[in-house]
Design a protein around this ligand. Structure first.
Ligand code: 26Q
Length: 820
């Protein structure tokens, strides 16, 4: 087929043509939404041309392919990033301009697919962008949730959740692939029979849910490759037939249909607590089984029926344990469907599956009650028990008599299936997501496994795609960088370091600062438009944006702001660099304390606003409904990046990297990737405070911490805490923050209280903030730090991360270059 052109004139014609054919309108009369659809459809045409070449190249090369399974993919909007990766932003921008349309107005029409909670889901999205851009053959696999993460509204200073019905007007980027629809079976019981002298297993009386895939293309930057994100949607095989109407059974039939379709209805908004919910287990198995069935079908089509070569042609990467049922499911498919023996199947599984861990928090480690797994997935449960038996046998030889240790390492113990243990035991690679996290996994979480199978463990530090998180969201800075050091950094982001010498160039710093100022003004306009809040762009913009969790310590930030307020109010001569503290955070709907912290932040905002002197140098803004699109405006405007997690608790963090890349200076603990950020920029270009991770872990072990000591000694902390409950913060309802107050002094589970060392680290945090404040007053010094942060951010590009995964774990061959 001859290639269609996508130069400016052709784009104009195509858009005019589409608006005419779809809507029967001349372009002048089309609405923004209609133009959005015509534009998206044009970009899609351009992508589809590449899809053909990409697929052919992969098939011809008989390439090994990666399947990246993740329960979340937090993609954000696609339009501008697609244009960027097609090297066509200028053509599209100018074409629209000549039609009298501002492209920015059209981009806003795209609903954001918010199919993730936070870091883990966004990481998967960055990985897909980098995989395509590095021409590595891959497919992302997930659930096509009808409702993504809830929309957040703040009503009377409290979070209210609204449904996110992102599919209402359709999704322009997806295509249903009915040819690949398949069945997923739940329930029933297993029958064992002998066929030709060998045992065979059949599940009877199961019920069926249909899995229908929708593919979204992910274009690589200036690359051959377009990798699909495959989103599975659940559908009931039952139809409302006329018969059931006639017999009056249609209500029951429609109930059954709803039950099946509930599986892909809504994303769970929790990213902390494991909860043994049946529907959640169904979601996990549903998309895992559908993906694996497709993987084997495709493998057989391309490479024939010899399963022993599977590990040479397929790698299945599981993003945390949520797709961990891939282990028993692949065993099941190989044994029951392909007729392999146990040992053969098990050898293949252990060469095909790789696992990434994203948390060390015990309460987030996934486990499922045995009776639930048995009831819902009877055959998988059998396989799990047999894997467990063999694992324990092996461990018994390794640790004879050490029952406790073996119980801790077992797949099935204390009436639960322990997903992490199963994933470690059965995959060939286990990785952490930062250097520190990797060390903690080996020393603590998987200490015993590391003794038995040390070769599996490694650490690969997370990354972010600089295409979305710099080029798309900060075009002005992108332009300045390219003007200064050329454009080679785009394909080799570590060359951003060539900017470093310019930190000493006053003229360059001024340009850099000017761009920051423009981005601050852009954010100010957004806040005015969306929340009717006025912020002064001459204030310092200090941002903490991430999910709300106790361990991330938004409360530490809030308490410190209250102390600043008191200093202003108590001392007429006290001044500080004017600063606006901006928070963006969603709390899990059932996480009471997280919601209280939001309440406290909103109350703090009101309190400060009421004080005529305080408000001249201090402001607090809570940005509603923090998501990928608002992050793209917020992050380029930030000057300070707050990364306050209790050391050892944040596996990596990726927001920290986005802020750094956009020239914000970090104030943070030695946790997750902050450690590596501090090494890149040097201790003089970051504000590090607080306990180190080994000290924290010692303190947890030894129960030596008593927050009351600090409460008694530190008058500023005591005053601020008292204001939480004496009506200062909450004049209408003084008792509202009582639980939060108590959490800092009295612990859960009989511990001493302040489980995340907020009071313990307060003094050190406050001192770091003093230094930061003083340095900001010296703008030459500050801007130099900002430039160095951007300059040294290149290693945190997910391109580097993906190269490391490929060298150490996947071993994929890039599709040949030069066939664009
Ligand atoms: C738990 C139990 C049952 C089912 C699901 C879950 C669940 C779901 C989501 C547990 C955790 C999550 C999300 C975790 C997450 O986002 N972790 C973050 O991952 C980032 C990418 O590696 C890291 O940078 C962050 O440090 C880490 O918190």
């Amino acid at each position: 087929m001859p290639a269609t052109k996508f130069d400016k004139e052709s784009i104009k014609e195509t858009i005019i043509g589409k608006v005419q054919r779809y809507n029967g309108l001349p372009i002048e009369e089309a609405s923004k939404a209609q133009i959005y659809r015509a534009l998206a459809s044009t970009v899609r045409d351009q992508i589809m041309q590449k899809v053909v070449t990409s697929r052919e190249t992969r098939k011809k090369a008989k390439s090994k392919r990666l399947y990246y399974l993740s329960i979340e993919y937090l993609m954000g909007r696609s339009m501008y990033c697609n244009m960027l990766n097609l090297l066509s932003t200028r053509e599209y921008t100018e074409a629209l301009q000549e039609l009298g349309i501002d492209i920015r107005d059209v981009l806003k029409e795209e609903p954001e697919p918010g199919l993730g909670n936070g870091g883990l889901g966004r990481l998967a999205a960055c990985f897909l962008d980098s995989l395509s851009s590095l021409d590595l053959p891959a497919m992302g696999c997930t659930i096509r949730y009808e409702y993504g993460l809830f929309r957040q509204k703040i009503v009377d200073g409290q979070q209210v959740e609204l449904p996110d019905s992102w599919l209402d007007n359709g999704n322009m980027w997806e295509t249903a692939v009915m040819e690949d629809a398949c069945e997923v079976h739940f329930g029933g019981h297993v029958e064992e029979t002998e066929v030709n002298g060998s045992k065979r297993y059949f599940t009877r009386d199961y019920y069926t849910v249909e899995a229908v895939p929708y593919d979204m293309p992910v274009v690589g930057y200036d690359a051959v490759t377009v990798n699909p994100l495959r989103m599975w949607s659940a559908r009931s095989p039952k139809k409302l037939d006329l018969g059931s109407f006639g017999e009056g059974r249609y209500v029951q039939a429609s109930e059954e249909i709803e039950l099946a379709e509930a599986i892909s209805k809504v994303l769970y908004p929790e990213d902390r607590h494991y909860e043994g919910k049946m529907l959640r287990l169904k979601q996990h198995y549903f998309f895992t089984s559908a993906s694996l069935q497709y993987i084997l079908k495709n493998y057989k089509q391309e490479f024939g029926n010899d399963m022993s070569k599977l590990p040479d042609k397929v790698v299945i990467h599981i993003n945390d344990t949520h797709p961990g049922m891939a282990v028993p499911e692949l065993m099941r498919l190989l044994i029951d469907e392909e007729g392999l023996g146990w040992d053969e199947a098990s050898a293949i599984v252990q060469k095909t599956i790789a696992y990434t861990n994203h948390t060390i928090m015990a309460e987030a480690l996934e486990k499922w009650p045995v009776n639930m797994v048995q009831q819902l997935l009877p055959r998988c449960y059998q396989i799990i028990c047999e894997m467990n038996r063999r694992l324990c046998e092996r461990l018994w030889n390794y640790f004879p008599g050490d029952w406790d240790r073996i119980a801790r390492m077992a797949i099935v113990s204390y009436d639960n299936v322990h997903m992490a243990n199963m994933c470690v035991a059965m995959s060939y690679s286990v990785n952490g997501v930062s250097r520190l996290h990797g060390e903690i996994l080996k020393a603590d979480t998987f200490h015993d496994f590391n003794l038995v199978m040390p070769e599996k463990f490694c650490a690969i530090t997370n990354g972010i795609t600089h295409r979305r998180w710099l080029m798309n969201c900060n075009p002005e800075l992108t332009g300045l960088i390219s003007q200064t050091i050329g454009t080679d950094w785009i394909k080799d982001p570590e060359r951003l370091s060539e900017l470093r010498p310019y930190a000493d160039d006053a003229a360059f710093r001024d340009e850099f600062a000017k761009i920051k100022r423009h981005n601050k003004e852009r954010l100010a306009r957004m806040l005015k438009e969306r929340q009717n809040v006025d912020v002064d762009p001459s204030f310092m913009f200090d941002v903490q944006a991430k999910r709300l969790h106790e361990y991330k310590r938004q409360l530490l930030n809030a308490l410190h702001i209250l102390v600043l307020y008191n200093r202003i109010v108590n001392d007429e001569s006290f001044t500080m660099e004017p600063r606006v503290f901006i928070f963006g955070a969603k709390a899990s709907p059932g996480y009471y304390r997280a919601k209280q912290i939001i309440r406290m932040i909103c109350a703090l905002s009101k309190l400060i606003e009421k004080h005529p002197r305080a408000r001249t140098m201090l402001q607090v803004v809570f940005l509603e409904n923090y998501n990928v699109s608002s992050a793209e405006v917020l992050i380029p405007a930030a000057e300070v990046s707050e990364q306050l997690s209790t050391a050892s608790k944040e596996a990596s963090g990726t927001g920290n990297m986005k802020f750094m890349m956009n020239g914000a200076v970090t104030i943070g603990t030695m946790d997750g990737a902050n450690v590596e950020i501090s090494e890149q920029v040097g201790m003089e270009n970051i504000y590090i405070f607080g306990m180190r991770s080994d000290t924290v872990r010692d303190m947890y072990r030894e129960h030596t911490y008593n927050s009351m000591d600090i409460y008694e000694k530190n008058q500023e902390v005591r005053q601020a805490m008292t204001q939480m409950i004496d009506g200062t913060l909450m004049p209408e309802n003084p008792a509202a923050l009582q639980d939060l107050y108590h959490s800092l002094l009295l612990g859960d589970w009989g511990s001493m209280g302040d489980n995340y060392f907020v009071l313990k680290d307060f003094g050190s945090y406050s001192m770091a903030q003093r230094r930061l404040n003083a340095d900001y007053a010296n703008q030459a010094k500050w801007q130099k730090m900002a430039v160095i942060n951007t300059a040294m951010s290149g290693v945190f590009s997910s391109d580097r991360t993906i190269r490391e995964y490929n060298d150490r774990i996947w071993h994929l061959t890039p599709l040949s270059q030069g066939k664009k």
